[in-house]
Design a protein around this ligand. Structure first.
Ligand code: ADP
Ligand code: ASP
Ligand code: MG
Length: 827
């Protein structure tokens, strides 16, 4: 041990522990060695786990042998090959002695296994002996590697020094004996660096034992204490302790510091990152424990010390799986002293440990959460202990509920702070998680709830979102990444930093779907959505798409439908009913069946989710918003008129007789101003749909059938193929030329106009005075004119570019932001 001479400055000893995740293969061992050699400690104690997966493999191997499974030899060979391979890769030409040693170890293992196969069962002592071998191999590999790099390094087999007792509350260290043995060992091994086997030890009867699964963390703390180290660094594969298990909650955040108490609670309730007993040797000595990432050594990690800081009421959330609830219920329990004591002594006699207890103040029932493996025994113990009360009806039942998990919220800062439990329950309630039992320790450091295991993931995510995410975080799903959808995705990405910074709005793109495929992202699709989506292979399934968006339990969800699909529009009511906001430039819902439209409105009203579709009329122009404002402020709309088609606007702006109408259609098509089949524009249906949308916004229960639509496609050309139609388009020229001449003669121009007034709704070609507001539009501009009670002499006009992916996408985006503002975003 380090025993500095009186006058010399004290030696600095630091203990390190590397988990299986840090020593998966030769490359990782080399990396660990680099990391250790880069540090300038006077004395360096390194506790290692078995290579990743080796403990499981050894347990499996022993089980196979005892279960008479013939293939155990293959597994034994595989395991030996893995270790030999690592030795050769690590040590190269120097590997001879190590490989020989490994072979000897594996031969001994084979002998033990052979003996097991004869007895056909797996005694506990043998399992203990076998499962800890991975650590023995691992320490030797790292030690030999350090020596091959010229380091003064000794390998300590903890089975030679560490003596423990396996008690009811876990494993207790015999400090005195262990310290003595270590001192003896150290006398003959004074090396500056010591590599120690984690996990393994001996009991007082000198039998080989282990510290329990994941016990190498505890070994780390024990050896840090025995070597009198100044710090213990526990190196793993994450940046420290996170606010929740990152495999369940990808949103989890790294914690800078934890108190020993917090770390104990988190570990005890399931945070796998550190073994619950690790803290006890550290607490007594005030030894700081730092959890850090081998793969990111520059990251400071999480510091666990005695210090309590109040960085938020809840530091972490954990889940303990595989539990059961035992409930003792009866009117005879009320006011009877000693019942709880009898419950616990009955359970204790059966060696059932109680994870959580809850009793209502009515004392009508006592409920205990126990491990699933103990559940049946626990129930029997209670049935026996209370047989008399059950027989005479003082206790009605002893009930067992399987498949239970406990979700725990942990933090020193909860003490004395009201509202923490409320926040937890609200999050769980919103995610529709049923709570079976609740417990809060009087330390107020932990609130635990028992829930069905089938709800565990969603409960953890919902609770995490409730405590860690800004209330303005949105899960966004985009359907239809075509022209408009694509432009929207680009705009979303570009605006993200500014939205986050200025408005605290966090829009997380979690899913994209096209008509055949979809991409569901675990966290969010950050950059290059095109590239990522191009790789997506999952077939479209809107149910899964929806579930995925909801599963994150982000505070809000919005689906943006940039498709033109009626099938997607059929989903809106369901989405809105589930609280999902819907934003769309798709005209199907606004102009399709009234029944569907009303169902959408009702679902939105019932759940409070928003349905916005500004971009269905006039692309990014504020047409619907303007109309809503008029109506909402009590104005009465007398008429709505306008030019709602950029294509038709362009055609008639240009049609002055110098070029034939058919030629203009050809030019427009070539420039991409028309739909691929120009009849979709010329038929007027699209304009009719927009008029229906505005009519409904103005409070009229109108449908497309109610609109008189003048189609510019003659009957004879309606069924033809697109090519035929284009080829025969000059058949319409004479008619259009004649209408133009007539209009000009009256000093007027031709415009394709939509109109809604007392007489009804119509769409068609009309003659307008040359100085009319609609007669002097530029290019493909749209115009909408509202005549209302307030705007009667001089109507309110909204005018500007009414087509194009960029402006349409901007209209959709503005709707998304309006939804966000409605949820409290500072926009
Ligand atoms: P090691 O092999 O280093 O001992 P473990 O696999 O035992 O590593 O523990 C690290 C893992 O614990 C992480 O990869 C992470 O998935 C998991 N984990 C569970 N809960 C937490 C948490 N609250 N913080 C960090 N990691 C956690
Ligand atoms: N190797 C042991 C286990 O897998 C101990 C540890 O790694 O902490 O449980
Ligand atoms: Mg571990």
């Amino acid at each position: 041990m380090s025993s500095p001479a009186a006058s010399a400055p004290p030696l600095k000893t630091v203990a390190h522990k590397f988990g299986g995740t840090s020593v998966a293969d030769a490359t990782r061992y080399r990396h660990v060695a680099d990391l250790l050699l880069a540090r300038d400690e006077d004395e360096q104690v390194t506790v290692v786990s078995a290579m990743k997966g080796v403990t499981d493999a050894l347990i499996d191997l022993a089980g196979r042998v005892a279960g008479n499974l013939a293939d155990w030899r293959e597994r034994w060979h595989e395991l030996r090959a893995r270790h030999r391979g690592a030795a050769v890769a690590l040590l190269g030409e120097d590997s001879g002695a190590t490989v020989e040693w490994l072979d000897g170890q594996f031969d001994t293992l084979a002998e033990v296994l052979q003996a097991l196969s004869v007895i056909g069962e797996l005694p506990r002592e043998v399992l203990e002996r076998v499962q800890g071998l991975g650590e023995v191999y691992s320490a030797r590999l790292l030690g030999d590697h350090l020596r091959s790099r010229g380091q003064d390094c000794a390998v300590l087999d903890a089975r030679e020094v560490l003596v423990v007792d396996r008690g009811e509350l876990g494993v207790d260290v015999d400090w005195e004996t262990s310290a003595q043995r270590l001192a003896q060992w150290r006398a003959s091994h004074p090396a500056r660096r010591v590599v120690v086997t984690g996990f393994v030890a001996r009991d007082r009867a000198n039998r080989i034992t282990t510290l329990g699964r994941n016990g190498s963390d505890y070994s780390g703390a024990i050896f840090a204490a025995l070597f009198n180290a100044a710090e213990l660094h526990i190196w793993t594969d994450v940046d420290g302790v996170l606010s929740a298990d990152p495999r369940v909650v990808p949103e989890a955040v790294q914690l800078e510091s934890l108190s020993y108490d917090e770390a104990c609670e988190l570990a005890y309730f399931g945070a796998k990152v550190v073994h619950p007993q690790t803290m006890s040797p550290a607490i007594e000595r005030g030894l700081p424990i730092i959890i850090r990432n081998t793969f990111q050594p520059e990251h400071p990690g999480t510091r666990i010390t005695a210090r309590k800081d109040a960085a938020g009421p809840v530091k972490g959330l954990t889940l303990s799986p595989d539990l059961a609830v035992v409930n003792l219920e009866g009117t005879g329990l009320i006011g009877v002293p000693g019942t709880a004591e009898r419950v616990f002594s009955a359970l204790r006699a059966e060696r059932v440990s109680v994870v959580m207890i809850s009793q209502g103040s009515s004392e009508h029932s006592i409920c205990c959460v126990v491990k699933a493996v103990d559940a049946a025994r626990a129930r029997t113990a209670l049935l026996t202990a209370f047989a008399h009360e059950l027989a005479i009806g003082q206790i009605q039942r002893v009930q067992l509920t399987d498949g239970v998990s406990v979700l725990a919220a942990v933090g020193d800062g909860m003490a004395g702070l009201p509202g923490v439990a409320a926040r937890l329950f609200e999050s769980l309630g919103r995610a529709r998680v049923n709570i079976l039992a609740i417990a809060q320790g009087s330390s107020e450091r932990n609130i635990s709830v028992a829930i069905a295991s089938s709800d565990a993931t969603k409960a953890l995510r919902a609770a995490h979102a409730g405590f860690w995410l800004s209330p303005q975080t949105f899960a966004v799903g985009v359907i239809g990444p075509g022209h408009v959808g694509g432009a929207l995705l680009d705009q979303l990405r570009a605006a993200q930093p500014q939205l986050l910074g200025k408005a605290n709005v966090d829009l997380r793109l979690r899913a994209i779907a096209s008509s055949h495929r979809m991409l569901l992202a675990e966290r969010s699709i950050e950059d290059d959505w095109r590239g990522v989506f191009a790789q997506a292979r999952e077939p479209l399934d809107l149910d899964r798409f929806t579930e995925h968006l909801l599963a994150s339990h982000l505070p809000h969800t919005v689906i943006v439908d940039c498709s033109a699909s009626p099938a997607v529009a059929d989903r809106y009511a369901g989405w809105l009913a589930a609280g999902i906001h819907v934003v769309t430039p798709n005209k199907q819902a606004g102009s399709g069946s009234l029944q569907r439209f009303e169902a959408i409105a009702e679902a939105a009203a019932a759940s409070g989710a928003r349905f916005r579709y500004e971009a269905t009329v006039g692309a990014g122009l504020p047409v619907i918003t303007t109309l809503r404002d008029l109506v909402d402020t009590g104005d009465a709309v007398t008429s709505i008129e306008g030019i709602f088609s950029g294509t038709l606007a362009w055609l008639f702006n240009r049609f002055d007789g110098s070029v034939s109408f058919s030629e203009l259609v050809r030019q427009a098509r070539a420039m991409g101003y028309t739909e691929p089949d120009p009849r979709d524009d010329l038929s007027g249906t699209d304009v009719g749909r927009k008029l229906v949308i505005l009519a409904r916004e103005a409070g009229r229960a109108l449908s497309l059938e109610d609109v008189r639509i003048e189609s510019l496609v003659p009957q004879a050309l309606r069924q033809a193929s697109v090519e035929d139609f284009m080829a025969r388009l000059d058949e319409v020229d004479a008619d259009f030329a004649q209408r133009l001449v007539a209009a000009k003669a009256a000093g007027k121009v031709l415009r394709y106009v939509a109109r809604l007034d007392q007489d009804g709704a119509s769409v068609g070609l009309v003659e307008l005075p040359a100085d009319h507001a609609f007669a002097n539009l530029r290019q493909t501009d749209n115009v909408v004119q509202f005549t209302t009670r307030r705007y009667c002499d001089n109507p309110l006009i909204v005018q500007g570019p009414g087509a194009g992916p960029e402006v349409t996408a901007a209209g959709v985006f503005a709707d998304v932001l309006r939804v966000a503002a409605g949820q409290g975003a500072r926009l």
